[in-house]
Design a protein around this ligand. Structure first.
Ligand code: AMP
Ligand code: GLY
Length: 431
């Protein structure tokens, strides 16, 4: 089958690695736009940016691509999924209307309200002064959220309401996230452990996957500024079978029904970021794609044919599929450039990946790497090229075992100013 994978991060490397294990997927018929040196081990890199919808569609047509898999949210919000389907090609990833569940938090909140999906109470503002007056009238903490896409940085949690004034001024006044901050949500602050549950959706059937937990803050003990995610693990002890049933019944089924009523089919992965409050699971956010880094440990545990499942989603035949999971636990430790999520230097040589990869049940996924020769493959030297550089992922019989092995693998890898959290998955391990 001719397949094109759109994206260039750790999530896409994990997808490419798993897709390449499918008998339907062959290197000479598998392309990635634009890819990275890790993805290049499985697919041929095509130098097209994820934002260039026209070039992606025309490449797909010219190469008789039969399935396009879209990793990141921006191209989905920009209607890449619609364009691919209009060209008569199967697409794994929702339409622009479907992507609004992530790209427009005001829309998502209203849809959740209409469908009685449990979520934090929120008020929606387009006027800075009204938003400031509102937060100053509150007694309890709030979360300020830019309604549009802000690369995962658009949420500021303020335990004291007055702390919300500055972020409101920055987002709505100074427009630090551009038009993404034209509309802002002010949510009540809720508390409890968090988890991610993703589900395959084909517009008719929902297939929830194994739960995971992300680690958003940069430093140990969940301190410091938020990042795209510094590590993840699966399974999550607090999300047992009863919790999964409740999440499916109270959250996934009603929101997918609401989307079907609103615009039609949602085809791809629906990501629910959840908080387990005293009143039960509540939605923090929906995303229209696989989580990153959640996708990395998820793919380590995924035992079925991923391409077959993606085709089933795109052809609306998900009900005919079953997915098998590795019973072992998986832990992913993200290795980042020192300074991230603030400013950092790039271009440092990375060593030790092969030694880490050689460990049994360990896989090193590339996120922000580049090849020293400028090519995406065949390079002698690998350089750092982003904030999050690698996702070192290990399987183990228990979460503690997977954690130990992920850190053993990470210790084999070096570059100047490399940084990673030392407590990924610690919350799930009893002392
Ligand atoms: P998000 O970018 O939507 O995933 O939000 C980033 C982080 O902010 C989440 O992982 C939560 O820890 C926190 N957060 C978001 N909304 C709330 C809320 N209403 N109350 C408390 N914390 C929140
Ligand atoms: N890891 C959080 C996200 O992908 O949005």
């Amino acid at each position: 089958m001719n397949i094109l994978l759109v994206g260039s991060g750790g999530r896409e490397h994990a997808l490419a690695w798993k897709m390449a294990q499918s008998p339907l997927c062959k290197y000479d018929r598998f392309w990635t736009a634009p890819g990275n040196p890790g993805i290049a081990q499985h697919a041929q890199c095509v130098n097209i940016s994820v934002d260039d919808t026209e070039a992606i569609v025309s490449f797909a047509r010219q190469n008789a691509v039969e399935l396009v898999v879209v990793g990141p949210e921006d191209p989905l919000a920009n209607a890449l999924g619609d364009e691919i389907r209009q060209a008569g090609i199967l697409c794994f990833g929702p339409s622009a209307e479907g992507a609004r569940i992530e790209a427009d938090k005001a829309y998502a909140k209203n849809l959740m309200r209409a469908a009685s999906v449990p979520t934090a109470e929120a008020r929606i503002f387009t006027d800075l002064q009204s938003a400031k007056d509102y937060v100053l009238s509150r007694d309890n903490g709030v979360a300020v959220k830019a309604a549009g896409l802000a690369k995962g940085k658009g949420v500021i949690v303020c335990p004291e309401p007055y702390q919300a004034v500055k972020p409101l001024e920055e987002i709505m006044g100074k427009k630090i996230f551009g038009d993404a901050g034209n509309t802002v949500l002010v949510e009540e602050m809720i508390t409890g452990p968090e988890a991610t549950v993703m589900a395959f959706c084909d517009g008719k059937t929902i297939y929830p996957m194994e739960p995971l937990q992300d680690h958003k803050p940069i430093d140990d003990g969940d301190t410091g500024p938020n990042t795209g995610g510094m590590g993840a693990y699966s399974p999550v002890p607090i999300v047992d079978g009863a919790a999964m049933d409740r999440i499916e019944r109270e959250i996934l089924v009603p929101i997918v029904d609401a989307m079907r009523r609103d615009f039609g089919r949602y085809e791809g992965v629906l990501y629910a970021g959840l908080m387990f409050t005293n009143a039960g699971p509540k939605v923090i956010e929906f995303n229209c794609r696989f989580g990153d880094p959640e996708c990395q440990p998820l793919m380590m545990r995924f035992k079925s044919d991923l391409v077959e499942v993606m085709v089933a989603v795109a052809e609306h035949k998900l009900a005919e599929t079953t997915i098998e999971w590795d019973r072992r636990a998986a832990v992913c430790v993200v290795m980042a450039s020192g300074g991230y999520p603030g400013t950092y230097e790039k271009g440092f040589e990375i060593t030790g990946i092969d030694q880490a990869d050689a460990m049994d049940g360990v896989k090193v996924f590339h996120a922000g790497t580049s090849a020293a020769n400028g090519q995406s493959s065949g390079a002698e030297k690998l350089l750092t090229a982003g904030g999050r550089v690698l996702g070192v992922t290990a399987l183990g019989d228990t979460i503690a075992d997977a954690q130990k092995r992920a850190y053993q693998a990470a210790q084999k890898i070096h570059w100047q100013d490399c940084y990673y959290r030392k407590d990924i998955a610690a919350k799930a391990i009893k002392p």
